[in-house]
Design a protein around this ligand. Structure first.
Ligand SMILES: [Zn+2]
Ligand SMILES: [Zn+2]
Length: 120
């Protein structure tokens, strides 16, 4: 339950790459561990330099639970069995009364069903 706005993944950050000494798109914060000075710090680096030098991203977090898992197990209303991946099906019949149905990808193809828009 958090209302804080977090920067989206598609955010472009333009900054200064400390490695190639250039302004670059999409710089990332890099954890610098300088042995001699003892004072570690952070600098930014562009993607090519990150790859080239094997830099460690600062506070890189493992991706949170994926919002949209590719596999959606569920129950297929058409062949009446559970399936590895089902899609919500939009029924245009007047009598359906807004009932939600799911169908597996196989039945979608066989019956030419129309998956509902995921974004409501
Ligand atoms: Zn660079
Ligand atoms: Zn099915």
């Amino acid at each position: 339950m958090s209302t804080t706005a977090e920067p989206g993944n598609g955010l472009r950050i333009i900054g200064w790459c400390a490695w190639c000494q250039n302004a670059a798109d999409n710089v990332r914060i890099i954890q610098v561990d300088e042995q001699g000075s003892g004072a570690g710090g952070v600098r930014s680096a562009c993607r090519p330099c990150i790859d080239k030098h094997g830099l460690t991203l600062f506070a890189e977090q493992p991706p949170a639970a994926t919002p949209d898992p590719p596999m959606r197990p569920g129950y297929c209303s058409w062949h009446n069995q559970s399936a590895d991946h089902v899609e919500r099906i939009q029924l245009s019949e007047a009598g359906s009364g807004g009932k939600v149905h799911y169908a597996c990808v196989h039945c979608i193809r066989v019956w030419k069903l129309t998956p509902a828009d995921e974004d409501q």
